[in-house]
Structure formats: structure tokens, C-alpha cells
Design a protein around this ligand. Structure first.
Ligand code: 13P
Length: 243
């Protein structure tokens, strides 16, 4: 367990500029811990940096700066004081065909710029049904982490997000999450000789957070849909990182 848990809000491609302004107005009225990390759409990042909480970008390019139309480099994110980069989210893996090798490239570039990395891993429903969860997680971790300078791995947080639990309202049992997180921690330590924090993500809401927060080896939560609603997100924050 890390000393204090973290809560990450992945807003994905949601909210207009007007809605973001409204969100921030309401959100900033509250006491917010530094252990809260908000990851809005890239164009809204400048509205979020330099506040009471930390800020993450949802993706970075697999290239250094240069002629890559539409991409955003880790160095550029760092230059506006972004703290974290989510890398390897299952939506990037499936819709944008990101392989574990591309993910490793992105991690390397992010760490080089001193961005902290939230590395997402998780099995699909089919993989789960055919009892391949541990095999898939091990491969994702191995490919993403191999060859990294292990002195830098301290800046990586792992997020376990079963693909079938994302946006579906379906959540594994506390015991399943506990056992899978224990497995991930074991593999990560084996690969890097370091203990890294591991978060759970997938249909975390204000209604199930109290139950989920009882799992003793979870170091925090990665929240999608519920992070786009201030009241719901605040309830989650109050349970996980009370001020
Ligand atoms: P939901 O919380 O909407 O299921 O999304 C989880 C997620 O993908 C966070 O990265």
C-alpha cells in the first residue's frame, strides 16, 4: 500500500468548454487533496494545471516533438506543467491499435520528460472467460516494462482495468480484484525489483466506492464516467482521500 491512496479522473472525450468551466467552478469550491489527479481532454489541460489537485494527459505521442500532425508530445505536456500521463488505456489499445511495444515507447518518452505514468492493463471478457487473465496481464506488464531504466520505474503507477468492466456497470468481486492486484504486484516486483502502486478502474461510482475501498491492497481508483460529474466524483474522493 502507498502511504496515501490516489483518485484519478479520466474524463475521456467528454464535456464542452462551457461545461468544463462550470465543472471547475463547482469543483474548486471544495477542499481537494493533491492525491486527486484529473485528466481532461488535451485541449482543456491549460484550464486545469496549477490548481490544488494534479493533472494528467490521457495519452502522449510515441515520438519526440516533430512532424506528427495532431499528436501531443510528452515534452509539450510537461512544458505546461502536466504531472501525469495515462498510457495504454484499453480504448487506445482497441480503437487506435496500440501495441505493448508502442506503449513501452510512450512510457519511455514520458519518463524521460519526468511525467509520472499511469500504465493501464486489463483483460477482455473473452480472455477472462477462457481463464487467460493472468497470462494477458503478465504479457502486458512484461512488454511494457522490459528494457526500461528501472531507476525510473518509481514514477509508474499501474491501473488494473478489466476491459469488460469499463463503462458497463459490471465490477469484479472484491476478492477477485484483491487477488488480481496481488498477482500484478508480484509480477511488477519480479520484473522491476520495485513495489509500485496499483489502482483499480472500471465502473467505479459514488454508489460502489465504499465497498471497493475495503479492498486492502488497492492503492487508489481510476474513474471514468463518474469523474465528469462533480457531485459523484466528490463523493468518491471523500471516501478514498478524505481531507
Ligand atoms: P468507467 O469508470 O466509465 O467505467 O471508465 C473507467 C475507465 O476507463 C477509466 O480509465
Amino acid at each position: 500500500m502507498v502511504s496515501k491512496k490516489i483518485v484519478v479522473g479520466n474524463m475521456k472525450m467528454n464535456l464542452t468548454a462551457q461545461e468544463i468551466n462550470q465543472y471547475l467552478k463547482e469543483f474548486e469550491k471544495k477542499e481537494i487533496s493533491k492525491n486527486v489527479i484529473i485528466c481532461p481532454s488535451t485541449i482543456y489541460l491549460p484550464y486545469f494545471v496549477g490548481k490544488k489537485f494534479q493533472v494528467g494527459i490521457q495519452n502522449v505521442a510515441a515520438y519526440e516533438m516533430g512532424a506528427y500532425t495532431g499528436e501531443v508530445a510528452a515534452k509539450q505536456a510537461k512544458s505546461i506543467k502536466v504531472d501525469y500521463a495515462i498510457i495504454g488505456h484499453s480504448e487506445r489499445r482497441s480503437y487506435f491499435h496500440e501495441s505493448d511495444d508502442i506503449i513501452r515507447e510512450k512510457i519511455t518518452l514520458a519518463l524521460k520528460e519526468k511525467l509520472k505514468v499511469i500504465l493501464c492493463i486489463g483483460e477482455t471478457e473473452e480472455e477472462r472467460d477462457s481463464l487467460k487473465t493472468y497470462k494477458v496481464l503478465k504479457k502486458q506488464l512484461k512488454t511494457a516494462l522490459q528494457g526500461l531504466d528501472y531507476k525510473e520505474v518509481f514514477n509508474i503507477v499501474i491501473a488494473y482495468e478489466p476491459v469488460w468492466a469499463i463503462g458497463t456497470g459490471r465490477v469484479p468481486s472484491n476478492l477477485e480484484i484483491h487477488d488480481t492486484i496481488a498477482f500484478i504486484k508480484e509480477i511488477v516486483e519480479e520484473l522491476t525489483q520495485h513495489k509500485l502502486p496499483v489502482l483499480y478502474g472500471g465502473s467505479v461510482t459514488d454508489t460502489n466506492i465504499k465497498t471497493l475501498n475495503k479492498i486492502e491492497n488497492v492503492d487508489g481508483y481510476l474513474v471514468g464516467g463518474a469523474s465528469t460529474k462533480v457531485d459523484k466524483f466528490m463523493k468518491i474522493i471523500e471516501v478514498v482521500v478524505p481531507q
